[in-house]
Design a protein around this ligand. Structure first.
Ligand SMILES: *[C@@H]1O[C@H](CO)[C@@H](O)[C@H](O)[C@H]1NC(C)=O
Ligand SMILES: *[C@@H]1O[C@H](CO)[C@@H](O)[C@H](O)[C@H]1NC(C)=O
Length: 298
């Protein structure tokens, strides 16, 4: 009698365990999945790399963006890279009076931890020849200064949405103590620009445009330790008095010296980010035809 009971018990045991595990997985999923709203956490599965990542500084990537035909395609390309980077926080700042539905929906499903901000640049500041995305980058810096403190370790990077990023770039910038620099492909009318390095120090700039700039680098060519951003609360991107192409230099002047720059990417000999820019799509036939009967987001 007792042995019959025991054998039934052992036959049922594995099934009971499986049911318990299934219920556990399901309840975890239910807690994690709704990622709507202004902030999100990526599912833990994405982060599971086997190693202990919680000691790594967080990379805060600041991406100004604006409504245009290729916006979602550009953000999709970025998200595919960013979701593979451990300890990553994406700060997306729209040039808009509101958070647009397209970007809000996109971020909710992008599986990258994010903060969604917006600030509108008035038309009078959008003329050709004026620096772009100044307000958006400054809004992201203000968010960091408001929401992060001396206890937080992080690295801040300006990740425009018209570039292509190698995953290796993020591992390079992760160790930034002050301000780090590296080459950028397809900028300044050249195949690449880079800081010139001698004896492990930056000694000049290999560039296609105004090598006399104190920091002749592109927006995608440097990262800043979060504590440097917090320790220089007034450091900002300037619109007044700053010509296009001078924004990076004007900003870096406020927080560092050339002699203190940390060269990354093998002493600045490897290109790990490219200013690829997506070609403007040809949409001339759009107005010539009747609109589709359903509304489809592109
Ligand atoms: C991961 O590292 C952090 C900081 O070093 C530590 O506090 C934490 O316990 C570690 N977690 C695991 C699972 O090893
Ligand atoms: C960079 O250059 C310095 C000085 O020549 C050297 O000590 C260091 O190992 C180099 N770093 C890399 C990653 O090649």
């Amino acid at each position: 009698m007792k042995s019959v009971f025991l054998s039934r018990f052992f036959i049922l045991l594995p099934w009971i365990l499986i049911v318990i595990i299934m219920i556990d997985i399901d309840s975890k999923r239910a807690v994690r999945s709704p990622a709507a709203g202004r902030h999100s956490r990526a599912p833990q599965a994405v982060r599971a790399g086997g190693s202990n990542h919680s000691a790594l500084p967080i990379i805060y990537a600041i991406t100004p963006t604006y409504t245009r035909p290729v916006q979602k395609a550009e953000l999709t390309r970025l998200a595919h890279a960013f979701r593979q980077v451990p300890r990553f926080h994406w700060i997306v700042v729209e040039d808009s009076t509101v958070r647009t539905e397209l970007v809000a929906r996109f971020l909710a499903g992008c599986r990258v931890p994010f903060t969604h901000l917006h600030v509108f640049t008035h038309r009078r500041f959008k003329r050709v020849g004026m620096p772009r995305a100044t307000e958006q980058r400054n809004a992201a810096l203000a968010w960091l200064r408001h929401h992060r403190s001396r206890r937080d370790s992080g690295v801040v990077f300006f990740a425009d949405d018209d570039n292509t990023y190698s995953l290796e770039l993020f591992e390079e910038m992760r160790s930034t103590q002050g301000v780090s620099v590296w080459p950028v492909g397809f900028v300044g009318g050249r195949a690449y620009e880079r800081p010139l390095v001698s004896g492990g120090k930056v000694v000049g700039w290999y560039t296609g445009w105004r090598p006399d700039r104190p920091f002749a680098t592109d927006m995608a060519g440097f990262a800043v330790n979060l504590q440097v951003i917090l320790a220089n609360p007034r450091a900002q991107f300037k619109r007044g008095g700053s010509q296009p192409g001078m924004q990076e230099s004007d900003f870096l002047k406020q927080i560092t010296k050339v002699s203190e720059l940390e060269p990354k990417a093998n002493n600045c000999t490897r290109v790990l980010v490219w200013h690829t820019r997506t070609e403007k799509p040809h949409l001339a036939n759009e107005p010539k035809h009747r609109k589709d009967s359903v509304v489809i987001e592109v």
